[in-house]
Design a binder for this molecule. Structure first.
Ligand code: HPA
Length: 285
């Protein structure tokens, strides 16, 4: 997966959708419905795009959707490539690099994650303020091509501070409107903040592991996002991360964790999640 491959993929995408794109969005497990709101949508299956892989996970459509939202052109990944599927990190990062070559400036990465805090309940949306990479490998390991970014990229602020404020404000606006409409009774925040810890998967964690990750500073655990965030920052794109906390992490309740529950919770928060994304995209454009 070299730079020329990314140029080829970007050229192919441009041949199907020629408008400039400022913002790309990656939709996590159970959160794919956002793509249905896109107007004048052009959908491209991943297998059609040069050097993209096939998406193998249930709940991931495996396509790129290009089109408009409130008149703003966006690219939306309905499904992503995970390390646990057996792809190497270059394959996992490839869509980000293609976006970079396409001229995309901002990426919004979303995911389903398990909550390691009793204060972060199932169904909470969590703005990622930082991450811990425990996938066992740094995705940028290997020869560096300076066209993708520098050899030793800074990671002090992976998730853009200004964008975090914008997202928080967007969430507050939604809450205010819901209060006024009588949809909500309390002004509890709909968007919490926390640290996302990336693990390789595909197993969910053991209770002992969750206790360890909590001590290390994790508020949520998941199996994606961090390689993409690193690739995007490497390229100089700005990043927003949002986790949908689809379940309490292992050992926090008596229940076992399964993919169906993850998908169900995603569907339950879809309304507010879509509204939040819509506002963030308008504000950062
Ligand atoms: N652990 C890891 N990944 C996840 C979880 C979890 O509990 N829920 C959704 N993705």
């Amino acid at each position: 997966m070299n730079y020329e491959n990314a140029v080829e993929a970007a050229e192919f995408i441009k041949s199907k959708y020629s408008k400039p794109i400022q913002t790309a969005v990656v939709l996590g497990s159970g959160l794919g419905a956002f793509a249905d709101d896109i107007e004048n949508a052009v959908k491209i299956k991943y297998e059609e795009i040069p050097h993209f892989q096939k998406s193998t996970v249930e709940g991931h459509a495996g396509q790129l959707v290009l089109g408009e939202l409130n008149g703003i052109s966006i690219a939306v990944q309905q499904g992503r490539f995970h390390f646990y599927e057996g792809y190497d990190m270059n394959q996992v990062m490839f869509p980000m690099r293609t976006f970079g070559v396409l001229g995309v400036k901002n990426v919004i990465l979303t995911n389903a994650a398990g909550s390691t805090r009793t204060s972060l309940k199932q169904g909470t949306l969590m703005l990622i303020r930082d991450h811990i990479n425990l996938m066992g490998v740094n995705p940028l390991r290997g020869a560096n091509d300076e066209r993708f970014g520098p050899r030793f990229p800074d990671m002090t602020e992976v998730y853009d501070k200004e964008f975090q404020q914008i997202a928080t404000q967007a969430a507050a606006e939604i809450m205010q409107e819901r209060l006024e409409q009588g949809v909500e009774k309390t002004s509890r925040l709909i968007l919490k903040r926390g640290v996302y810890c990336a693990l390789s998967g595909p197993t969910y964690e053991t209770p002992a592991e969750i206790r360890m990750y909590r001590i290390l500073g994790a508020d949520a655990v998941g199996m994606s996002t961090v390689p993409e965030a690193i690739a995007a920052r490497h390229f100089g794109m700005k990043v927003i991360g949002i986790s949908c906390l689809t379940n309490m992490a292992a050992g926090m309740t008596d229940e076992v964790i399964n993919h169906e529950e993850v998908m169900e919770t995603g569907a339950k928060v879809a309304g507010i999640f879509k509204e939040l994304l819509r506002r963030i995209i308008s504000k950062i454009n």
